[in-house]
Design a protein around this ligand. Structure first.
Ligand SMILES: Nc1ncnc2c1ncn2[C@@H]1O[C@H](COP(=O)(O)OP(=O)(O)OP(=O)(O)O)[C@@H](O)[C@H]1O
Length: 277
C-alpha cells in the first residue's frame, strides 16, 4: 500500500480502519458439500487477496452459490475448512462471521420492500456491545444507547450518500428500480463496516448506467482496502473489472489466474467459455 492510499483510507468518511494489504483474508481448503446424492462442492480450494476484486465464475450448477453459503455460514461443509484472517471460521453462524467482517449482500425480501430505504439501512447496524440491554435499563447509561443509535443513523446516511441513493431515503424499498435495489443491498452490507464483501450476481437486472455506477463504487471501495469476491455470469464484467478470476466446474476449482490467462485457458474454454471467447 502506498503512503497516499494509506492516507486516503485513514481519512475515508465511511469509517474503515487501516488494513494490511499484504494479508490474505479468505482461504477455503478442500471444501465439500453434498445435498442427498448431489455433490455441490467437491474439494474446492482457493484464497482471496486483501484489497482485491476477485471473480468467481463457472457454468450453472458449478457450486458457486453453495461455496458462498459455506463461506458465510449459511451451510456447514461436510468437510474442509474456511479461514478468515487466519482464523478457522468453519461452521460458525452467519452473524458470527458477519461480526468478524465477512459479509454478503442479501436480496431485499418482500417484508423489507414494505419499509423505507432508511429503515432498511437501520435494520443492519454495526454490531453493538453485548451489554446493550443492560445499559438501556441502567440509569445513567441510557445516553450510550442513544449515542449508538445516532451513530447507526449517521452511518446509514453516509452510506446512502456514498451510493447516491440518499434522495430515496424516504421511499419504500419495494418502489425502487432493480438497479436502485442493488445499490441498497450493497449499502446495507456496508453498514457493518466489513473487511470483505461477497457479491452474488449484484448486477442481475441492472441497467447499463446503474451497472457502471455500481462498479465504480466497488472500485472506489476496493482502492480503500475493502476486498470483494464476485459471482457474476456476465463475462465482460468479470474480465474488465476483476484482477483475479477463479473458475469452478463440477464443485472443483478448474483454473484461476488473471483474466487474460483465464480467457485463453483451454480447459476453461471447453468447460465454460465456449463461444464467449
Ligand atoms: N439446498 C440444496 N439442495 C439440493 N441441491 C442443491 C442445493 N443447493 C444447491 N444444490 C445443487 O448443488 C449444485 C450446485 O449448485 P449451486 O447453486 O451452488 O451452483 P451455481 O454454480 O451457483 O449455479 P448457478 O450459476 O446456476 O447459480 C447444483 O446441482 C444444485 O442443484
Amino acid at each position: 500500500m502506498t503512503a497516499s492510499e494509506s492516507e486516503q483510507k485513514e481519512t475515508l468518511d465511511i469509517g474503515r480502519e487501516t488494513v494490511d494489504l499484504s494479508e490474505t483474508p479468505l482461504r477455503v481448503e478442500n471444501l465439500r458439500k453434498t445435498f442427498g446424492g448431489i455433490t455441490a462442492v467437491d474439494g474446492a480450494t482457493f484464497s482471496v487477496e486483501q484489497g482485491s476484486f476477485t471473480g468467481l465464475i463457472g457454468p450453472n450448477g458449478a457450486g458457486k452459490s453453495t461455496t458462498f453459503n459455506l463461506i458465510t455460514g449459511v451451510h456447514r461443509p461436510d468437510s474442509g475448512a474456511v479461514y478468515f484472517d487466519d482464523e478457522d471460521i468453519t461452521g460458525q453462524r452467519p452473524y458470527q462471521i458477519a461480526n468478524r467482517g465477512l459479509v454478503r449482500t442479501f436480496q431485499i425480501a418482500r417484508e423489507l420492500a414494505e419499509m423505507t430505504v432508511l429503515e432498511n439501512m437501520m435494520l443492519a447496524p454495526k454490531a453493538q456491545e453485548g451489554e446493550k440491554l443492560w445499559r438501556s435499563v441502567t440509569p445513567g447509561l441510557r445516553g450510550t444507547v442513544e449515542q449508538q443509535e445516532e451513530e447507526v443513523l449517521a452511518r446509514a446516511w453516509e452510506m446512502l450518500d456514498f451510493f447516491e441513493i440518499d434522495h430515496l431515503a424516504g421511499e419504500y424499498a419495494g418502489n425502487l428500480s432493480g438497479g436502485q435495489r442493488k445499490l441498497l443491498e450493497m449499502a446495507r452490507a456496508l453498514m457493518t463496516d466489513p473487511q470483505m464483501v461477497l457479491l452474488d450476481e449484484p448486477l442481475a437486472g441492472v441497467n447499463p448506467s446503474l451497472e457502471k455506477k455500481l462498479l465504480k463504487h466497488v472500485h472506489e471501495l476496493r482502492e480503500r482496502g475493502y476486498t470483494f469476491l464476485l459471482v457474476e455470469h456476465d463475462m465482460d464484467v468479470i474480465m474488465n473489472n476483476c484482477e483475479h478470476v477463479i473458475v469452478m466446474h463440477q464443485g472443483k476449482v478448474l483454473a484461476e489466474g488473471e483474466p487474460a490467462d483465464i480467457r485463453s485457458n483451454e480447459q476453461v474454454i471447453d468447460a465454460y467459455l465456449g463461444d464467449e471467447v
